[in-house]
Design a protein. Structure first.
Length: 227
């Protein structure tokens, strides 16, 4: 095929794609973006499970460390290093998890420009409500992830401290208090995230029903997280 013929074929293919997109209603276009956004979160649940397993491993190691005294300092050092490896892996998983949410948000953001094209005012209001809730959900997730990342850094610092033979108890206590404050923030943000996920699922269902779109709800984002 000549270069001119190849270029012509690309132009024709592009025109067919544009025609296919333009033939869909605004409601259908929004539906496609919503479902694709959910697909982008598919890896999220798997990563949540992996993070939970790493949490359990770390807790087991920490319990072993707490049961030892300084007569077993060599063992404390070994266990602390094991815990650091687990914590570093957890941080990596949190980064992967964030990437899946960012991809979801990027896809979902495309809905905003289509909402104004909806002809039915009630449907438009449902879409705006749904969009606002999901936007808040993303914001809350990033706050949650940031706080979790901070706590992971603090955990690593704790295990590094435990490898020092000359360690002040007050220093450890202060570090643990700071870590516990972050844990409380994680619990609060996690609760808010789960509630917003449930609210979004409800708002999306209302939008679909108002739009008379014949869809199922099997792929809604999971309302529960393990963080």
């Amino acid at each position: 095929m000549s270069k001119k013929g190849y270029l012509f074929a690309i132009i024709i293919s592009s025109l067919f794609l544009i025609a296919a997109c333009s033939s869909k209603s605004s409601e259908e276009q929004i539906h496609d973006h919503l479902e694709e956004a959910i697909q982008q979160e598919e890896g999220y649940e798997t990563l949540q499970q992996e993070i939970e397993e790493l949490e359990q491993q770390e807790q087991e190691i920490f319990s072993q460390i707490v049961d030892l005294d300084m007569d077993h300092f060599d063992e404390i050092q070994v266990l602390s290093q094991e815990a650091i490896s687990v914590v570093e892996e957890k941080k990596e998983k949190l980064g992967e998890e964030r990437e899946s949410i960012e991809s979801s948000e990027e896809e979902f953001a495309q809905v905003e420009s289509i909402i104004s094209d909806l002809e039915d005012e009630n449907v438009q209001q449902d879409a705006e409500n749904m969009f606002d809730i999901m936007t808040e959900r993303y914001t809350t997730y990033y706050d949650l992830n940031d706080t979790y990342q901070t706590s992971v850094d603090q955990e690593k610092e704790l295990y590094e401290m435990l490898q020092l033979e000359e360690l002040e108890q007050d220093e450890v206590t202060s570090h643990l208090e700071s870590l516990n404050e972050n844990y409380e923030a994680i619990i609060s943000l996690n609760t808010a995230f789960n509630e917003l996920t449930a609210d979004y699922n409800e708002a999306k269902r209302a939008f679909y029903e108002a739009s008379d779109l014949n869809v199922n709800y099997e792929d809604e984002p999971d309302a529960e997280t393990e963080e």
